[in-house]
Design a protein around this ligand. Structure first.
Ligand code: ADP
Length: 440
């Protein structure tokens, strides 16, 4: 099914014309950064750029970039270019990597955000008749309010439930019959399992589609969510530094990849050497905010690993697409020389029907001369043969990862649930008590 485009002039634009528009916007962005005379202007001048007219999309990869460290170094608002009186709200990252990053938005930025989110929702088949149950956290985190703005822009109705309060979530779902659910995939699993435990099945819910994001998840997790909640589960990607959710989103017709709102957020993918890699090859996503005014960024290195791809051939949607994000560069563990992303572990675990969708990957460095990958899981049903399951999973992981690891099947309920948003999947253990009961 192909839902109609929400903004045909942007989503269905001829790619050549879009490129011209992106280039014009890039030049204006460079002019704005130079005029603001902050950290990014200094770097541009060092690179020999004294006006937007000096740059073009073809040589974007030669221009300086910005990282999360730059946000921390200039905390709280050193990268802001708008005047304080033009700022209408401030959001912050979830602080997954330890320290928070704050981002000021102008009313223009909120407009852009609403528009890209409205497009994302429209692509998922959300209509003006829809009721959207928004269980992303509201607050500094961009999840809740980002979806909220988009639903209202589209003209659908939003139920700003936020995360937590499972009984209330269930009651509202049964009483009001929303057709759309938005939350993190791990919270989606948590809700689905909580419903199941109270005897509610997916056919008692009226959900049709869900937009899940804000953390890495796999195809295997999608199957699990779709089964538990009876929805079509789509992937939505974004990050606070760039705008929040809505940077890219799967649509019903995007064939498993995410349409990038590239008229506002220009994507690049670079290798470890910082050089661009060809489409289809994974590397670090880099975004340039072509239109943002509160805190515009030239070449922000996201640390997220994904690949770029063109539009679906013949589709009315002409936006470039990206693969799902397989993880953050920082979450990658290097165990005895082998690179491991938690999402690869997830893919193996959830292929096995005996395993529940709760796991934790522990980088065990108590013996620094021989680091171990320790994988903690829970069984779907109690009463199975635990040693057999541990051996089978260790063998499947060894085959996929090329690394021997230790699997521990723990008591159901041992692994912390994402009751409030993003799941914590990776733990580093170098000394002290075990990160979970039942591990030693
Ligand atoms: P933090 O970096 O503190 O988690 P945010 O709350 O802004 O900050 O979250 C943005 C990050 O969340 C992204 O950089 C990415 O690592 C992750 N993320 C967001 N959406 C997805 C998604 N659909 N798939 C994988 N990872 C995602």
């Amino acid at each position: 099914m192909s839902p109609p485009l929400v903004a045909p002039e942007a989503e269905g634009c001829d790619p050549e014309r879009r490129r011209e528009q992106q280039e014009r916007r890039l030049r204006r962005l460079v002019d704005r950064l130079l005029a603001a005379d902050g950290l990014q202007a200094g770097r541009l001048r060092e690179a020999g750029v004294s006006a937007g007219a000096d740059v073009g999309l073809d040589d974007l990869h030669r221009l300086p970039h910005v990282t999360k460290q730059d946000f921390w170094d200039t905390y709280p608002f050193g990268l802001r270019t708008a005047s304080a009186s033009d700022v209408v709200c401030v959001h912050g990252t979830s602080g997954t990597l330890g320290r928070q990053t704050l981002v000021p938005y102008t009313s223009h930025d909120v407009e852009v955000w609403s528009e890209v989110m409205a497009r994302a929702l429209g692509g998922a088949g959300v209509t003006r008749q829809s009721l959207v149950h928004c269980a992303y956290g509201y607050g500094l985190f961009t999840g809740g309010l980002g979806f909220h703005h988009g639903v209202m822009r589209l003209g659908a109705a939003v139920l700003p439930v936020s995360s937590g309060g499972t009984d209330m979530q269930l009651r509202l779902m049964l009483d009001l019959g929303p057709d759309v659910l938005c939350c993190t995939p791990s919270y989606g699993i948590y809700l689905g399992e909580s419903f199941r435990s109270t005897g509610i099945t997916s056919d008692q819910l009226s959900l049709r589609v869900g937009l899940f994001g804000a953390e890495p998840w796999t195809e295997q997790m999608r199957v699990e969510i779709e089964r538990l909640l009876g929805v079509r589960a789509l992937n939505v990607y974004g990050l606070t530094e760039i705008i929040g959710p809505g940077v890219a989103c799967e649509s019903l017709d995007s064939e498993g990849l995410l349409n990038i709102a590239e008229d506002h957020f220009y994507p690049e993918v670079v290798g470890v050497d910082g050089e661009p890699v060809p489409d289809g090859e994974s590397g670090e996503l880099v975004f340039t905010t072509l239109t943002k005014t509160g805190l515009p960024l030239l070449r922000y290195r996201t640390g997220d690993i994904a690949a770029l791809c063109g539009p679906v051939p013949g589709s009315a949607r002409t936006l470039r697409r990206m693969s799902r994000v397989i993880g953050r560069a920082d979450d990658m563990m290097i165990i005895r020389g082998v690179n491991v992303f938690p999402s690869e572990v997830e893919a193996v675990l959830l292929e096995d029907r005996r395993v529940a969708p709760h796991y934790m990957v522990i980088e065990d460095r108590r013996d620094s001369s021989r680091p171990e990958l320790l994988v903690a899981v829970e069984p779907y049903d109690e009463g199975g043969d635990v040693p057999v399951l541990e051996t089978d999973l260790a063998a499947a992981l060894a085959e996929r990862l090329g690394l021997s690891c230790v699997v521990r099947v723990l008591q159901p309920g041992t692994i912390p649930r994402a009751t409030n948003g993003k799941a914590r999947r990776v733990v580093r253990w170098s000394h002290g008590v075990a990160p979970l009961p039942g591990l030693e």
